[in-house]
Design a protein around this ligand. Sequence first.
Ligand code: ACK
Length: 314
Amino acid sequence: NNSKDQESDLPMFAFNVVAHATNFFSPANKLGEGGFGPVYKGVLDDGQEIAVKRLSKDSKQGVEEFKNEALFIAKLQHRNLVKLIGCCIEAEEQMLIYEYMPNKSLDYFIFAVAYQLKICTDQRSSSLLDWPQRFEIIKGIARGLLYLHQDSRLRIVHRDLKASNILLDSKMNAKISDFGMARSFDGCEDEAKTKRVVGTYGYMPPEYTVDGLFSVKSDVFSFGVLVLEIVSGKRNRGFNHPDHHHNLLGHAWMLFKEGTTLEIVDPLLRNSSYEQQVQRSIHIALLCVQQHPDDRPSMPLVTVMFSSDCELTE
Ligand code: ACK
């Protein structure tokens, strides 16, 4: 019953967009493999470039999460969220059609160079992004999250915020994607519990991994991890990694206690004009990744904290 109501919330999409999209299901057009199945690139008659997510018959995430993604993203309109321009969730062929994001995912931009130059860079940071770009991206992600959490009609928790779910458009604007795990809080509850803990190691907060508890503060935690990854160019492997240099959070906390947080970033940063801004971002990120969800700031507060010094919001 409920799901019927939800399906009627989906906007009507032009039939020819959906019919057209199947033309692009060829290996040459494949962008990559997502949680539901392959993602293909296509072009509509009017020249608009699209990305088509196709649900595989043997998809890990399955039909329910595919529908969940469609239902959530269809309701959302924001410049920092990837836009859905068509979908087909009932017929034989199930697919979601998005605006095309030509600059791939943030994951590639943060970590690609680090992989290629692993031997000579050792533990140092290396990123394809300059500092203004990194701050613009952080600002975009914060705006997108603020919209999801704050809009009283939405009150949405994304639950799988990570570098590979942030896509970049032609101007390197960040847009949040992948709403397969999103949940909305209606009424007055603001925390929920699940028995099915799924997510990405390194980005999941402790109360979720241990007790299955989630709230807007789960996204705040993941956002904090992302900020640390963006400024450091290093990946957070999660709490249990034996070597703290591979556990970005553990390493950042240790440096914070020693008063040397900048060591986590490229040494070339010291004495540059970005030093203060980076230092402050690391400190805000560390507030976001605190152990207890109540101690973490909300997204409205995070954006205020950034804007008071770094002009991270508009
Ligand atoms: O990191 P990527 O290049 O960006 O590889 C993944 C792959 O498809 C599987 O998710 C890419 N992808 C997903 N959605 C889009 C989109 N809207 N525009 C461009 N690429 C996309 C993603």
